[in-house]
Design a protein around this ligand. Sequence first.
Ligand SMILES: Nc1ncnc2c1ncn2[C@@H]1O[C@H](COP(=O)(O)OP(=O)(O)OP(=O)(O)O)[C@@H](O)[C@H]1O
Ligand SMILES: CC(=O)N[C@H]1[C@@H]2OC[C@@H](O2)[C@@H](O)[C@@H]1O[C@H](C)C(=O)O
Length: 396
Amino acid sequence: MQLLNKNLQQLVDIAQKPSRLGIGLMSGTSLDGLDIALCKFTGNGLETQFELLNFTTVPYGDKFKDEVRTVFSKKQVELEKVCLLNAYIGSYHAGLVLEALGNWKVAATDVDFIASHGQTIYHAPQRLHKQDGYPNATLQIGDGDHLAIKTGILTISDFRQKHVAAGGEGAPLALYGDVILGSKPGEDRILVNIGGISNLTYLPADGDSDRILCSDIGPGNTLIDTFSRKFFNKAFDEDSAIANSGTVNEALLNSLLKHPFFQETPPKTTGPELFNEEYVRAAQERSGTSHIAHEDVISTLSAFTAKAIADFTRAYMPKGAKMFVSGGGAKNPFVVDYLKKRLYRTEINDTESLGINPDAKEAILFALLGNEALAGEPLSVGNNLSVLLGKFSFAS
Ligand SMILES: Nc1ncnc2c1ncn2[C@@H]1O[C@H](COP(=O)(O)OP(=O)(O)OP(=O)(O)O)[C@@H](O)[C@H]1O
Ligand SMILES: CC(=O)N[C@H]1[C@@H]2OC[C@@H](O2)[C@@H](O)[C@@H]1O[C@H](C)C(=O)O
């Protein structure tokens, strides 16, 4: 007699496998493309053994980016567009997964699960929306059912909602993956990811769970990208070519750093809902720097990203901790050099030196969270919430 329906049986079977093949998908706030990481997991929790088998970033075309930007971090949008994009992105990502699997010569039937972050279109922690009676909120679109149906692979998605439901801000979720991938007994480590928004995980040498901290820091690439697009028609400041041709304007830099967010005690989260074009315009007006050269704006915004990380590190991190950077911002020489100058006593490398591909780190994180949703137990580490995240979408 069959006791379970087919879908529940599939969950039990996958959970009991000695090792699982999972795909992590991340589409971040930089809107540069879809990161796809094929990982093999053995075990779960802090004992997880993991291997990155394949990784690719599929760049988004301008048309897709423009479509998403019509609803991205905007207070008012066409609701119809949100509805259409929710289905479209799920299905589009599914197509990209199938294409990647084809390129890697891996059969979809050999993959146990997809763990999909989706596309954040609005992040609204209470600290940002400040509306009485409303809780923390965040919204990711690209529905998991479309991925499951189109690829035939069990899909876990919408990881941030339960974090919010359990009292968190829905981010950052990096902590769990960073603890597993990046901890080393006897070494104080700081893992900094410079994506659209930058965030950091502190991993103490003694492994003391109470001292582990994960928090957003401030803008990563988001402002550099916005103004590179606006002034120079470039998606980003490749190899800091623009920033290097300008000068940091100290008055503007100080004005940019004057926001209560930077004084708030971590953990905290933010997004382009705060750090956007209007934010920079207002800082320019306050500091009388509205007419400085466009190159100087890019240099100053790059310094802003780096100085926010340096200030946070000085304020909250113990001296002597080693820093490991990842995310697209780790490839911005101006940002990294500025950071090194501000933190001249800190040893700074990228996460490649830990054996973690700096571009793949966040996609791996979601694959890890998917593995936990299937085979793990709620874990209490640092300031993470002790809940298993993610919703299941079955292929039939
Ligand atoms: N060669 C380079 N020079 C300068 N900047 C670069 C370079 N390569 C990538 N970047 C920056 O990295 C960005 C992409 O970063 P990443 O892929 O980490 O973002 P993301 O996944 O959207 O991040 P998150 O979700 O963490 O906000 C680009 O938009 C660009 O600003
Ligand atoms: C709401 C949202 O999408 N936040 C992202 C964003 O990009 C970086 C930073 O802001 C971080 O808080 C988070 O992503 C990573 C993966 C996280 O949750 O750890």
